[in-house]
Design a protein around this ligand. Structure first.
Ligand code: 5GP
Ligand code: ZN
Length: 110
């Protein structure tokens, strides 16, 4: 866990955030400032700063994040209508929380 990292604290249950899904490796919760009717964040519990910091050894958690997003899309009933999966990477890419997370955004036209 990284001191002063909000998503480390959230993913370790220290902020009282409601999780839509949790397993040993990651958590899923709703974005506090949603950009669409469905806006979820898929967040690994292990601190990784951004996509720029990923290595071969992280391929397992990356695959798990995407496959979990797919399951969440089904659960939120946006799988058929469609959705976006988005990584913002570093400041110029719009990243403001420097702990890896995957946005699942959809539900405009359910
Ligand atoms: P980024 O721009 O870093 O890719 O996205 C960070 C996201 O985290 C933003 O969409 C923002 O609304 C969300 N966020 C920031 N702080 C919190 C929080 O305390 N709780 C929740 N649920 N979402 C947060
Ligand atoms: Zn962190």
């Amino acid at each position: 866990m990284e001191k002063d990292c909000l998503f480390c604290k959230i993913s370790h249950g220290q902020m009282g955030t409601d999780f839509i899904y949790e397993n040993d490796n990651l958590v899923v919760f709703r974005d506090i400032n949603p950009h669409a009717p469905v806006h979820l964040l898929i967040v690994p519990k292990r601190h990784i700063r951004s996509v720029n910091d990923l290595s071969e050894a992280d391929s397992g958690i990356l695959a798990e994040m995407i496959l979990t997003a797919r399951q969440m899309a089904i659960r939120e009933k946006v799988d058929a209508s469609g959705y976006k999966l988005l990584f913002n990477v570093e400041k110029g890419g719009g990243q403001v929380i420097f702990h890896l997370h995957l946005h699942l955004i959809g539900g405009w036209d359910k």
